[in-house]
Design a protein around this ligand. Structure first.
Ligand SMILES: [Zn+2]
Length: 216
């Protein structure tokens, strides 16, 4: 199942539901990947031996998301130590009407749901990597330490995303060192040019730059 529902399973349209249950149903929060993702992943390998192979998947997810017009030019995935894909993520901010659904957040949430724990690393007993086609924005940077991953691999730099108009938020200039101090190993610039090409593709197609709160 490629989605996660973060509410009680309340059926708002169930005639037998009480008014309170109907109200709760209105606040259901669900993360749903675009339908093409399952088929796309089914065509590829399930184990990604090298860092480049893992990044190539994150970039391919970003590219497909742009070409199929299902979201922004960002892809991510969580892998276990053997390189098995635990959960994919693509940016679905616009299509889901939800500003927090960056690719990294989607991959983290789906991995947590799949592993059935909020701490992906299981209190240090396991090591998982988040691989992202672009360096994290301020929100995703903040979310990474709480997720329990112990490794972050990035493709494009955040200045690459800023260059096409995305607001990456107020992030520490030495954000990667801050993560490393917390025991999260960071690797940057993996297949950066391929990742940047997806950003440029999106900009060239006139994709929406959805920086709520910034006008002008
Ligand atoms: Zn982000």
């Amino acid at each position: 199942m490629l989605f996660v529902s973060l509410s009680n399973s309340i059926h708002a349209l169930d005639k037998s539901a009480s008014p309170g249950e109907e109200l709760l149903g209105q606040f259901e929060f669900r993360i749903e990947l675009p339908p093409w993702v399952a088929e796309f992943l089914g065509r590829g390998p399930q184990v990604f031996a090298t860092e480049e192979e893992r990044m190539r998947l994150a970039i391919a997810l970003a590219r497909e998301n742009v070409e199929r017009q299902t979201g922004g030019p960002f892809g991510a995935a969580v892998f276990d130590e053997e390189g098995r894909l635990v959960a994919p993520g693509v940016n679905v901010v616009v299509t889901s009407n939800c500003s927090i659904l960056h690719a990294e957040m989607v991959a983290i949430a789906l991995a947590q749901k799949k592993l059935a724990r909020y701490d992906i690393g299981d209190e240090g007993r396991s090591h998982y990597a988040l691989v992202a086609s672009t360096e994290p924005c301020a929100m995703c940077f903040g979310a990474i330490p709480w997720s329990g991953v112990t490794r972050l691999v990035c493709g494009a730099r955040d200045e690459d995303a800023r260059r096409i108009g995305f607001d990456e938020g107020p992030k520490l200039s030495d954000w990667h060192k801050a993560l490393q101090k917390r025991g999260i190993r960071v690797t940057r610039d993996v297949l950066r040019e391929e990742a940047v090409a997806v950003l440029d593709l999106y900009a060239g197609l006139g994709g929406p730059i959805y920086n709520a709160g910034r006008h002008g």
